[in-house]
Write a protein that binds this ligand. Structure first.
Ligand code: SF4
Ligand code: SF4
Length: 360
């Protein structure tokens, strides 16, 4: 029964884009190199390409001649309830939806969104891990999976402002930028909030927090449920519209930004809002700024300390360059180097496998 619901959702979601991506996969395995779950465990079931295996099988069995022939000849079997519940564990517990795997795929397959399609099937069938479902329900009822209600949010922000002696503007109408933190930062990593606020204040940004748009975590997105994803996103967009900001800046992991970039909230005629990540925003401001001026404005505290590691290098580099030499460094970026390295090691491994096989 559950299997039918899952397969029907897969079939419903399989348009030209999904089909062409599933067809394009060459099973090279390069995406595995990028996935932290696979890297940490070496478990082949955690390879990104395996996480979309059910979707691929459902597509083949329903839409392709070869898939139908395999079924008829008994080479492949119909998807069973046991497989569905096994894959549900893998897909929910071993994927953060970061989409890093897509960056190294030589075929340009968007693996993260495909994994999201798989989750959509599980969500429709109600096969979602109990802990995740509890967090989703809490976010529906209280506005936050960690129980950060309006009162809790306000008192935590007051405490952060006192503790780190930083100005945290709240519900400022007409500000340029709405910054939305996650409840995990509010409850567990308040130093992040203080650090980002100091950078924003130092950069002279007209920004604000919002008591209504106070949660950027979207557990509906993690669950794969479109309705709940939309509900949680709407709270953020409503807060932005209420305050009249031009831009929404989110913090923490990249999936929040990808989630905000979903288009379905734009179809109801609301004015568009720019969306950005705090790291990218900071990097852009550092690129545009004159480093010696930023340093002078930040005298009294080590501003570089508050930047994420990936930006510390660029901030230091630009700081050393000063105003005399503003040229961008040439050569590949760190990501490009990692991708090249990953491709090289993969080719080398394949070459060794073939070479050893021929010799034996
Ligand atoms: S990197 Fe792309 S083509 Fe290679 S196995 Fe992964 S999804 Fe398929
Ligand atoms: S989206 Fe991220 S966590 Fe999920 S399979 Fe890809 S690399 Fe791994």
């Amino acid at each position: 029964m559950e299997t039918n619901v899952v397969i029907n959702t897969f079939v419903k979601e399989t348009g030209g884009s999904v089909a062409s991506q599933l067809e394009a996969c060459t099973r090279c395995g390069m995406c595995a190199e990028a996935c932290h779950f696979y890297q940490a465990t070496g478990n082949p079931e955690y390879a990104p390409v395996w996480k979309i295996e059910l979707l691929k099988r459902a597509y083949e069995q329903r839409f392709t001649l070869i898939g139908k022939m395999k079924l008829a000849l008994g080479i492949d079997k119909r998807i069973t309830d046991e497989e569905i519940s096994h894959f549900s564990q893998i897909v929910y517990e071993a994927c953060t939806m970061c989409n890093k795997c897509s960056m190294v795929c030589p075929m340009g397959i968007q693996i993260g969104p495909l994994i999201h399609e798989v989750r959509a099937g599980f969500s429709d069938a109600g096969i979602v891990p109990a802990d995740l479902m509890a967090a989703v329900n809490k976010q529906v009822e209280e506005g936050s999976p960690l129980g950060v209600t309006d009162d809790v949010y306000e008192s935590r922000m007051e405490w952060v402002a006192d503790e780190w002696e930083v100005d945290l503007p709240m519900d400022v109408k007409g500000a340029d930028t709405l910054v939305v933190f996650s409840s995990i930062e509010v409850m567990k990593f308040p130093e992040n909030i203080a650090a980002i606020a100091k950078i924003l204040n130092t950069a002279g940004e007209k920004w604000t927090l919002s008591t209504h748009a106070r949660e950027v975590v979207n557990f509906g997105f993690y669950e794969g449920n479109a309705e709940r994803t939309k509900m949680f996103l709407k709270r953020v967009f409503d807060g932005a519209v209420e305050l009249g900001v031009k831009k929404i800046v989110v913090t923490e992991c990249g999936s929040r930004l990808r989630c905000l970039a979903l288009d379905f909230l734009q179809s109801d005629g609301r004015p568009r809002r720019d969306r950005d990540h705090s790291h990218r925003w900071a990097d852009r401001r550092i690129s545009q700024s004159r480093p010696h001026q930023v340093k002078r404005r930040c005298a009294g505290w080590e501003w570089n300390h508050y930047l994420p590691r990936c930006l510390q290098d660029s901030a230091q580099r630009r700081s050393h360059q000063g105003t005399q030499n503003r040229t961008e460094p040439s050569g590949p970026t760190r990501l490009q180097r990692n991708v090249t390295q990953s491709r090289r090691s993969n080719l080398l491994r394949r070459w060794r496998r073939r070479h050893c096989h021929q010799r034996s």
